[in-house]
Write a protein that binds this ligand. Structure first.
Ligand code: FES
Length: 175
């Protein structure tokens, strides 16, 4: 067992964890945050995706002890000031949620790809590496390809993300 400090959704937590515990199990079973879902538990479906800083990780593949001091955001932490994150609003508006099981991971991934593009990170779909990437449909499909949706809501998810990406940052509701 090892003591670990995690800042989850802006709240500090001190927990003693088995050194083999994954972040997903720590979030769900120790901290009671069940938003991140367990699908495959093998890094294949993306439903467990959370943010470490502004980058996404599969929580089922991350060991909690390796994240001592990390700032983590789960789907429960995306809304702020009683308002849903703009992506949450867009997912609702576009009907981008079927059964809902993958939605927490889809949303965390979508938040991360907005940050990736804001810092100019290219993807495999970026044709011109000399220009800042733009989140068109091809870019969204490529960047979201690590998140599986068994209901097949891919088209609506991509529409929701491209809509938010096309909104100037100053005009977006606060995250
Ligand atoms: Fe982590 Fe499937 S549960 S990738």
């Amino acid at each position: 067992m090892q003591p670990v400090r995690l800042i989850v959704n802006r709240v500090p937590h001190h927990v003693r964890v088995d050194t083999r515990a994954t972040l997903l199990d720590t979030l769900r079973e120790r901290l009671g945050l069940t938003g991140a879902k367990k699908g495959c538990d093998h890094g294949q479906c993306g439903t467990c995706t959370v943010l470490v800083g502004d980058r996404r990780v599969y929580a089922c593949l991350a060991l909690t002890v390796a994240l001592d001091g990390a700032e983590i955001t789960t789907v429960e932490g995306l809304a702020a000031g009683g308002e849903p994150h703009p992506l949450q609003r867009a997912f609702i508006d576009h009907g981008a949620v079927g059964c809902g099981y993958c939605a927490p991971g889809q949303l965390c991934s979508a938040v991360a790809i907005l940050a990736d593009v804001a810092r100019g990170a290219p993807s495999a779909a970026t044709a011109d590496l000399s220009a800042p990437p733009r989140l068109d449909l091809d870019e969204v499909r490529e960047r979201m390809s690590g998140n599986i949706c068994r209901c097949g809501c891919y088209g609506r998810i991509a529409e929701a993300i491209t809509e938010v990406a096309a909104t100037p940052r100053a005009e977006r509701p606060p995250p």
